[in-house]
Design a protein. Structure first.
Length: 172
C-alpha cells in the first residue's frame, strides 16, 4: 500500500510536504487576520494557532523526510577499490588493487595485515541533501605487523597509489 511513497523522489516529497503545509496554513492565517481585524480576538487567535500548528506539523514532517533522505544517500556511496590477496610465503602477500578507473595493480606486502590510506571528502547533511557524493583519493597501501617489535624491526612495504600527491585531480 505504501510502495508508491517509497518510489517517490525524496526531494520532491520534502517540497511537496512543505507546499501542502503552506497551502493548508495560509487559509487559516487569512481567516485569523480577518477575525482579528473585526476584533474577534478569541476566534482570530484560534485560527492563528491552528495555522501555526499546521505549519509546524508540515515543517516537522519535512524535516523527517530530509533526515530519511540522508540515510537513502548512504546507498549512493560507491566502491573505492576491489582488493584481493594471495599469500606467497609466511608474512608475504601479493595484494591486487583495482580502482573503478584503472587496471588492477599488484603489490608485494610484508606483514600480518595490510592498510590502505585515502583522503576522503564526505559531505554533511546539507551537502547530502543537495546531492553531492563523497569523493576520495587513494593514497597508499602498506603492510603491517601485528606485533610492535616486529613492526619496528622487520622490513616494511609501502606503495603509493596516487600518481600525483600535489594535485586533486586524482579524486574519484
Amino acid at each position: 500500500m505504501i510502495d508508491w511513497l517509497a518510489r517517490l523522489d525524496p526531494r520532491a516529497l520534502m517540497v511537496g510536504i512543505g507546499l501542502v503545509g503552506l497551502a493548508a496554513a495560509l487559509p487559516l492565517a487569512l481567516a485569523a487576520v480577518r477575525r482579528l481585524r473585526h476584533l474577534q480576538l478569541a476566534r482570530g487567535t484560534l485560527f492563528f494557532l491552528s495555522g501555526a500548528f499546521v505549519l509546524l506539523l508540515a515543517a516537522g514532517l519535512a524535516l523527517v523526510a530530509m533526515n530519511l533522505y540522508t540515510y537513502a544517500r548512504l546507498a549512493h556511496e560507491q566502491e573505492a577499490a576491489r582488493v584481493s590477496m594471495r599469500q606467497l610465503d609466511e608474512r608475504l602477500y601479493v595484494v591486487s588493487v583495482q580502482t573503478r578507473t584503472g587496471a588492477p595493480r599488484h603489490f608485494q606486502l610484508r606483514g600480518d595485515e595490510w592498510q590502505m590510506d585515502a583522503r576522503v571528502l564526505k559531505w554533511r547533511a546539507m551537502g547530502n541533501l543537495l546531492g553531492f557524493d563523497t569523493v576520495y583519493r587513494l593514497e597508499r597501501v602498506s603492510g603491517r605487523y601485528g606485533d610492535i617489535t616486529q613492526e619496528r624491526a622487520a622490513p616494511r612495504t609501502v606503495y603509493a597509489l596516487a600518481e600525483d600527491r600535489a594535485s586533486t585531480s586524482g579524486l574519484y
